[in-house]
Design a protein around this ligand. Structure first.
Ligand code: DGT
Ligand code: CA
Ligand code: ZN
Length: 571
């Protein structure tokens, strides 16, 4: 068992105890231990040699014994006894938005609800509303929550779909008959989650391509197989379909299959106004003759439009903007001049400051901000004020080593505490080149409270960037219930940039928020949150999210030169 698995067991115990109605301090003890283990630097077994598990923050004698038992037997007697008393499936109910352990416990005791299906039945038959503290409204809310949960679990994070598609492309590109192969659908539009992977190939003869596709490794089922379209399911449940078109029709086909449906509807309307009909095969003139488009650009051209980047194709005004010649000049990866949220071995990063800075420089960047965690994230190796000061010495040394052409900024990712205060005194923050503030706990606080907390951080004169503002994790954790309008207004007013965190499990701000933020005058930063240099490679996911939000490079502070950036940070 590794850190994560032990942490998950303790988290589950905490949930079950809370559902059971156990005293809160016991519940919290398990939660604390779980958090601690999850963020632990190094393997839990290392503590066995060094002074024992009670050295781990938040782990007392009783929990230390349970870690011992889990490591030596892979099982835990206490847990097995608990799940004979409180059905394990009850924790699934906690996934339903706005449903907490107290209510879950109530439904279980009063109605015998033990799983999601029971819950749905109870809600649909109007039984929930009869319970103490429940009503029609709260019952409807649970039904809505169940629907949103179902929607969420069906879709696959971009984080998994994107590399899977790259692998498929790499296998199919060498097939001799394949002239071109590209992804289409929501993946080409770089949505945060993907229903299925759509692939488009240009080939004179489709047979060989289709064979290679259905025989891809890890295909568990062939869902359909045809001359122009086949579809498969992989062992992990991911589905992909491949369309094959003759090269001279590839442009219309790619355009059609990229979608979105809504964008395509707009385009077809536009075509009809010109007496044309648009399909995946061709553009057909009133006399029935076909115009073939080998390239996608031609489809837009014939309709009198500039080519529209796939990330914009959501029918959010892009066709109208294209007609008026008002499409945004979207951010590209090459615009980025440095990363403003990164971690080193000083907290929970995997590489030294020097290694991180050299890797950043080798990518052609001009600067890098080192922003390790602050001390209340003790579990992620957060720094004390003294440690922060000694880190400054190391930054200076690294700067000297690298010379003047690359700049290492001394930043910090400071925790916004549950009461809205920050983890360091203002004097300490004032000494930093860059202050990134973020929430890691208390995300489920009520709207007003969590919003006030965030506003407090934004109003602090030393805070420069709010990292991963909502705290969402794709696909399982919804972000905090923040009043985003209020946050955007405050960020604009106080000159605080909001982050688009490029980690594909975060993508936070999302596209819609990013667009609204810029509309309200907020500056953005697209950061990787790298804990090692390979994470810099994730930056393109953040750039894609910005593009989906219509973001232009001048709105992103880490496209600026170091002088302009420092100027912004000073204010
Ligand atoms: P997904 O897979 O749920 O993340 O979303 P998409 O956008 O990839 O949609 P999907 O896989 O159902 O279909 C792929 C593309 O095919 C879609 O983006 C546009 C096109 N398409 C599918 N059905 C229709 C349709 O009924 N009308 C039009 N115009 N296009 C369609
Ligand atoms: Ca799709
Ligand atoms: Zn971290």
């Amino acid at each position: 068992m590794n850190n994560r698995e032990i942490a998950d067991t303790f988290e589950k115990i905490a949930d079950l105890l809370e559902i059971k109605g156990e005293v809160i301090y016991k519940v919290l003890a398990y939660r604390r231990a779980a958090d601690s283990l999850r963020e632990l630097v190094g393997d839990v077994t290392e503590y066995q040699e060094r002074g024992g598990f009670t050295e781990i923050p938040g782990v007392g004698k009783a929990i230390a014994e349970k870690i011992e038992e889990l490591l030596s037997t892979g099982k835990l007697g206490f847990y097995e006894k608990l799940i004979r008393e409180v059905p394990e499936t009850l924790t699934d109910l906690l996934q339903v938005p706005d449903l907490g352990p107290k209510k879950v416990g109530l439904f279980w005791r009063e109605l015998g609800v033990v799983n999601l299906k029971d819950l749905e039945e109870a809600a649909k038959s109007g039984k929930l509303r009869t319970l103490a503290g429940m009503g029609e409204k709260s019952e409807a809310k649970i039904l809505a929550g169940l629907e949103s949960l179902a929607r969420r679990t069906e879709r696959i994070p971009l984080a998994l779909a994107w590399p899977a598609a790259q692998e498929i492309l790499a296998k199919l590109k060498p097939v001799p008959a394949v002239k071109i192969i590209e992804v289409g659908g929501s993946l080409r539009r770089m949505r945060a989650t993907i229903g299925d992977i759509d692939l488009l190939a240009a080939a004179e003869d489709s047979k060989e391509v289709m064979r290679a596709f259905v025989e891809l490794p890890d295909v568990s089922r062939v869902l359909s197989r045809g001359e122009t379209k086949s579809s498969v399911e992989f062992k992990d449940g991911l589905r992909a379909q491949l369309w094959v078109y003759p090269p001279q029709r590839f442009g219309t086909a790619l355009q059609y299959a990229t979608g979105s449906k809504e964008h395509n509807v707009r385009l077809r309307e536009l075509a009809q106004k010109q007496g044309l009909s648009l399909s995946d095969q061709a553009i057909v003139k009133p006399d029935g003759s076909e115009i073939l488009c080998a390239e996608e650009r031609e489809v837009y051209e014939i309709l009198g439009l500039p080519w529209i980047p796939p990330e914009l194709r959501e029918d959010r005004g892009e066709v109208q903007a294209a007609r008026k010649g008002n499409l945004p000049e979207l951010l590209i990866l090459d615009d980025i001049k440095g990363d403003l949220q990164t971690h080193s071995t000083w907290s929970d990063g995997k590489k030294s400051i020097l290694e991180m800075a050299e890797a950043a420089r080798d990518r052609g960047w001009e600067y890098l901000a080192v922003t390790d965690h602050s001390h209340s994230l003790g579990v992620a190796g957060g720094l004390s004020e003294e440690e922060l000061r000694s880190q400054h010495e190391e930054i200076k040394a690294v700067q000297e080593k690298l010379g003047r052409s690359f700049r290492v900024l001394h930043g910090v990712e400071v925790e916004i505490r549950a009461d809205g205060s920050l983890d360091y005194d203002d004097e300490v923050l004032a000494e930093m080149d860059l202050v990134v503030a973020s929430l890691h706990s208390g995300l489920r606080q009520p709207r007003q409270r969590v919003t006030e907390r965030m506003l407090n951080a934004i109003r602090n004169p030393h805070v420069d960037i709010i990292a991963h503002p909502t705290g969402r994790l794709i696909p399982d954790r919804e972000g905090a219930d923040l009043d985003m309008e209020a946050i955007f207004k405050a960020a604009a007013e106080h000159g605080v940039a909001l982050e688009i965190n490029a980690d594909p499990y975060r993508l936070d701000l999302d596209d819609v928020h990013a667009r609204r933020a810029v509309e309200l005058g907020v500056m953005l930063a697209v950061n990787s949150d790298a804990h090692s240099p390979e994470w810099f490679d994730l930056l393109h996911f953040g750039v894609a999210t910005a593009r989906r939000g219509w973001v232009e490079p001048q709105k992103v502070i880490n496209t600026w030169t170091v002088d302009r950036l420092l100027d912004f940070l000073k204010k």
